[in-house]
Design a binder for this molecule. Structure first.
Ligand SMILES: NC(=O)c1ccc[n+]([C@@H]2O[C@H](COP(=O)([O-])OP(=O)(O)OC[C@H]3O[C@@H](n4cnc5c(N)ncnc54)[C@H](OP(=O)(O)O)[C@@H]3O)[C@@H](O)[C@H]2O)c1
Length: 262
């Protein structure tokens, strides 16, 4: 039994829940973090059945004081694995996106991810070997109109993670970044994915598989992880397409999806 903990943000549902269950099966004790009143207690009971210890912390990570309180709490445990999974996004005409909608994406995806990591590094580096997994997205591979801030936030996660990989390698910390394609996590996201093309829908990988591929990659020391063969192929195509072409194509697809819901 490993006596160390894995901390997962955004663990109440979607990918975060599957990452937590998979880590418990790998014998890590688990620290679950999500917004209040989202059934973390029920998930904690489910994970306890796997014979590991589980604690949970309910908070809104878009607030600075909550990030500080979370880190204070987490520092009472030996954290060996940090997973920055909490994230949000969406598709909207920028003129219809509210200040709060855009601000929440930036606060959660950019600020919470980078500051939680920064503040937990002293704890992580107390362990002989430790791991950070940051969740980016295939959306990081191109700017996309009508999503604008989300792909930019996921590109931030990529650059932040790659810089950290270099900086922390001498301290025995593995930093991996995973780029999931479409995942049917909650009703709203599933609905959005179903409105996309057949090609996009055939890139959907089951949450359990994304969690396993991501954690296998992390523990094997892979710096970049793209779950799913079709997503790997799309990544290749996006790398060779001229910027203007890919921005135009992807933005057109997202606009179609928004207009279909009007
Ligand atoms: N779904 C996709 O197609 C897709 C594709 C590529 C990348 N991703 C990325 O994968 C990650 C997980 O996505 P998902 O679709 O599994 O998400 P999800 O089902 O919407 O779950 C998001 C998690 O983050 C938590 N969360 C949201 N706002 C929070 C806040 N302000 N403070 C604390 N926790 C908060 C949620 O907690 P509550 O349950 O308490 O609200 C939930 O546990 C995200 O980083 C996302 O950007 C998703």
């Amino acid at each position: 039994m490993n006596n160390n903990y894995a901390l997962i943000t955004g663990a109440s549902q979607g990918l975060g829940k599957y990452l937590a269950l998979d880590l418990a099966q790998r014998n890590y004790h688990i620290l679950l973090v999500a917004l209040p009143n989202e059934n973390l207690e029920t998930l904690a009971l489910e994970i306890k059945k796997l014979h590991v210890k589980v604690e949970f912390f309910e908070t809104d990570l878009t607030k600075k004081e909550n990030i500080l309180a979370l880190v204070d709490w987490a520092n009472s445990f030996s954290v060996e694995v940090l997973i920055n999974n909490a994230g949000c996004g969406g598709s909207k005409y920028i003129n219809e996106a509210s200040f709060d909608y855009m601000d929440t994406i930036i606060q959660l995806n950019v600020r919470a991810t980078s500051l939680i990591t920064k503040l937990l590094i002293p704890n992580l580096t107390k362990q002989p070997k430790s791991y950070i997994l940051n969740i980016s997205s295939m959306a990081a591979f191109s700017p996309i109109g009508f999503k604008t801030v989300y792909p930019a936030s996921k590109k931030f996660i990529e650059y932040f993670s790659q810089g950290l990989q270099e900086e922390l390698k001498s301290q025995n910390v593995t930093v991996s970044v995973v780029y999931p394609g479409p995942m049917k996590t909650n009703a709203e996201v599933s609905n959005r994915i179903e409105k996309q093309s057949k090609f996009v829908n055939s890139g959907v990988v089951a949450l359990k598989d994304v969690a396993k591929i991501s954690l296998d990659g992390l523990f094997q020391g892979k710096n970049r992880i793209i779950p799913g063969k079709l997503n790997k192929f799309s990544r290749y195509i996006l790398a060779i397409l001229p910027l203007k072409t890919k921005v135009k194509l992807l933005s057109k697809a997202v606009k179609k999806e928004i207009d279909a819901t009007k």
